[in-house]
Design a protein around this ligand. Structure first.
Ligand SMILES: NC(=O)C1=CN([C@@H]2O[C@H](COP(=O)(O)OP(=O)(O)OC[C@H]3O[C@@H](n4cnc5c(N)ncnc54)[C@H](OP(=O)(O)O)[C@@H]3O)[C@@H](O)[C@H]2O)C=CC1
Ligand SMILES: CC(C)(CO)C(=O)C(=O)O
Length: 315
């Protein structure tokens, strides 16, 4: 099975790298800067599951010759539009697209661009980043990729995909409830990212602050109340685990969106929070905490863009 990984950043570099390490037929679609870095240094992974440096096959936009069997889409939401243009020549009638993005908005975008029949659901659970030298740094035990038909039904193609993902050095899981899993992940991430970003703090720091615990519970309740109306309601087991994770004393847990914010990088605010606020508004629901979290990230984004254009004009 020919696999094209779009992006060789935190998640693409990590899971694509593990698949390559396991001997799968993997090619990365990258932009010229990342291509240059990877040609010079290789794809370096630093992880408690084992460090490795790989020599990946690379393509840039315009180099794709014909369809791939699997496309693992690992770009940030704000890069999606261009990435879909670049990857289009790799999408054939039997291609399966597996998007690791958080949130749900990209599913509509992908469906509109390539057709719903190409899409399978996917949830990516990992804490990964790319450091200043371009190395993929993966933290902690968690390295899970779940996937499944959105219908929940078994199929020949999902069984083949499962065969390729299994035993590739990470926790690969075929799910018959992947759409619900995706909504649940969104609940976790919108709450974690929203609370972290609004309070500029880790879970443990918020829990230790006056009123912090009540605030986290209220934020989670707000997100869940929206998802119950506009999406697939989370299960009780998920809610119990998530509540525990989000209210743990002394926890240094943060979301990747908050880590991007701390680094002064672009954030996926529109995709992770804005889309939920918009769906709530369309359903007539009031979401003051979510709206405040989204608003301050929108201000951050606007300020960032203004500073970027000033710097570009100065140089
Ligand atoms: N990081 C994490 O721990 C987790 C992230 N996620 C989600 O996964 C998604 C991807 O995040 P993450 O891997 O962290 O993002 P990164 O920013 O680390 O990596 C994205 C990569 O995509 C590349 N890219 C962007 N546009 C294109 C394009 N047109 N063609 C080829 N490559 C392109 C970027 O290239 P360049 O180097 O040129 O900028 C970058 O290397 C997000 O939605 C995120 O929320 C989910 C779970 C955990
Ligand atoms: C699972 C979690 C919360 C891991 O960091 C994540 O997906 C993210 O931070 O984007």
């Amino acid at each position: 099975m020919r696999i094209l990984v779009v992006g060789a950043g935190s998640t693409g570099g990590y899971f694509g790298g593990r698949l390559l390490q396991a001997g799968r037929d993997v090619t990365f679609l990258v932009r010229p800067g990342r291509a240059q870095q990877l040609r010079a240094r290789g794809l370096e992974i630093v992880s408690p599951h084992g460090d490795i440096t790989l020599t990946p096959q690379l393509l840039c936009a315009g180099d794709i010759r014909g369809p791939y069997d699997v496309i693992l889409l690992t770009v940030k939401a704000y890069s999606l539009a261009q990435a879909l243009e670049d990857v289009a020549p790799a999408v054939g009638p039997d291609t399966v697209i597996l998007p690791v993005l958080n949130g749900m908005k990209h599913m509509g975008v992908l469906r509109a661009r390539f057709g719903g029949d190409k899409l399978v659901g996917c949830v990516c659970m990992v804490a990964a980043s790319v450091d200043a030298q371009g190395r993929v740094i993966q933290d902690g035990e968690l390295q899970r990729l779940s996937y499944g038909e959105l219908s929940g039904r078994p199929s020949v193609r999902i069984a083949r995909l499962d065969g390729v993902m299994r035993d590739a050095g990470f926790d690969a899981r075929l799910s018959s409830t992947i759409e619900r899993d995706m909504w649940e992940k969104w609940v976790l991430l919108a709450t974690l990212g929203g609370v972290n970003s609004l309070m500029r703090a880790t879970v443990g720091e918020v829990v230790a602050a006056p009123g912090g615990l009540d605030f986290i519970h209220a934020f989670l309740d707000e997100v869940v109340s929206v998802v119950r109306v506009v999406g697939i309601p989370p299960g009780e087991a998920f809610l119990a685990t998530t509540t525990r994770l989000l209210t743990e004393r002394g926890s240094n847990r943060t979301s990747s969106m908050y880590r991007d914010l701390c680094a002064g990088d672009p954030v996926e605010a529109e995709h992770i929070l804005g889309d939920l606020v918009a769906r709530a508004a369309a359903a007539g629901l009031t979401v003051p905490r979510l709206s405040a979290a989204f608003m301050q990230l929108a201000i951050y984004e606007r300020r960032r863009r203004a500073e970027d254009s000033t710097n570009t004009a100065d140089s």
